[in-house]
Design a protein around this ligand. Structure first.
Ligand code: GLA
Length: 391
């Protein structure tokens, strides 16, 4: 990613005016996978990898998009009466514009330049970061301010209703509301948040398997449907439930025989994972990283066996990570079927971790993996050269 000052200079020359620049971070998720769309709990943290959107106004209602991070340029009209996705990366920009207008914000024509160092398709929320940075830029261009959580909701709607992936709100929320030095415990029903400090001597190592199996987005929507089926059956026995968030492990055990075995396993993952998130928050609060690590391992096994969203490469990466001394926990992260494993590694062990895991993964799969050391970061906002220099 180019230095901010260089970006500003280059764009000033190309566009003839100084742009405003906004950033939105990617995220890791310590624990709480596939719980967000079940009204449950998640424990993500925004990270230093980010997407930047530079913007300058143009007359009219046309939006022009250039990028170094993505392949080709694109443009669209804000007056298009029926905007539809084109299976192009710029769909996320169109989706965000569509969602903002749907919310009643009258946008203005603009020229955008997009840059990112979040690896796409790795489970680090590159699409949410693109949506959130775009929303910040388009809002500023229109002279409108929205609170971070409102921006998260707009971007969530963009992804669900325009792109057609029925994801939960975790990624957009973390990108908007992250806090340096902290993870955030989010109640995905009430959107209440509490921040929990991440110990400084623990490194968040993200190991990219470099595989992304094709079924990812289709299976994601199927899982969501399976959870809804579970709620429909269980509500015959447990009146008043609205989501799996409302079901206890005891209720599932009691009425589980009434549910199809596959749906039962899906429900069990979500219900147990919600409990693990709350225990993980307690463990972090009391500095008990050992317990947090154990909960992460349980989460991975549950995603593998009950939710069935892991894959051999993710399982191998986890196994290799856990084999290294100084690793407290490791688990697959994000939607699944490829992408990344998150490992919590003692700072003194992080170099050895990098070498050992990369060598062994190459030896076992023939694939060169990438390992990113992530640090927690603040949520999205306007960038100035001073921020970049840390002043
Ligand atoms: C993707 C989605 C999130 C969440 C995770 C699984 O990252 O975007 O909303 O559902 O998968 O936890």
């Amino acid at each position: 990613m180019v230095e901010l000052a260089d970006l500003l200079n280059a764009l000033q020359q190309a566009w003839g005016s100084a742009p405003d620049v906004f950033q939105a971070p990617g995220r890791v998720n310590l624990i709480g996978e596939h719980t967000d769309y079940n009204d449950g709990f998640v424990l993500p943290a925004a990270i230093q990898l980010q997407t930047r959107v530079a913007i300058t106004p143009v007359p009219g209602r046309q939006v022009f998009i250039e990028s170094t991070a993505y392949s080709d340029n694109a443009e669209f009209s804000l007056d298009d009466p029926q905007p539809v996705p084109r299976k192009h990366w710029s769909d996320y920009v169109r989706a965000t514009a569509w969602s903002l207008e749907h919310q009643g914000v009258r946008l203005k024509g603009a020229r955008l330049f997009i840059d990112s160092n979040i690896p796409p398709g790795a489970g680090l929320s590159s699409s949410a970061a693109l949506e959130v940075a775009t929303a910040q830029a388009l809002l500023s261009n229109a002279g409108v301010t929205l609170a971070p959580t409102e921006i998260a909701k707009v971007c969530h709607r963009a992804e669900n209703e325009f792109i057609g992936i029925r994801s939960g709100i975790m990624d957009q929320f973390a990108s908007c509301n992250g806090r340096r030095g902290h993870a955030l415990l989010l109640d995905c029903r009430s959107l209440e948040v509490s921040y929990v400090a991440v110990p400084r001597d623990i490194h968040l190592m993200v190991c990219n398997t470099m595989v992304r199996h094709e079924l990812a987005s289709g299976e994601y929507n199927t899982r969501r449907q399976e959870c809804e089926e579970g709620v429909a059956v269980l509500s015959r026995f447990v009146p008043g439930i609205r989501a799996l968030r409302d079901v206890t492990p005891e209720q599932l055990a009691r009425f589980g025989a009434e549910i199809d075995p596959v749906i039962h396993r899906r429900c069990r993952h979500v219900i147990d994972e919600n409990r693990r998130v709350l225990l993980a928050k307690q463990a972090l609060d009391s500095g008990d990283i050992g317990t947090l690590g154990t909960l992460m391992q349980e989460s991975h096994q549950s995603l593998r066996l009950d939710y069935e969203v892991s894959c051999p490469e993710l399982d191998l990466m986890c196994e290799l990570a856990l084999g290294v001394k100084g690793v407290h926990g490791a688990r697959m992260m994000g939607g699944g079927f490829g992408g990344c494993v998150l490992a919590l590694v003692e700072s003194s062990a992080s170099e050895a971790f990098r070498e050992t895991v990369a060598d062994q993964y190459r030896h076992r799969t023939g694939i060169d993996c990438e390992i990113y050391e992530c640090s927690t970061a603040d949520g999205a906002g306007r960038l100035s050269v001073g921020d970049q220099l840390g002043v």
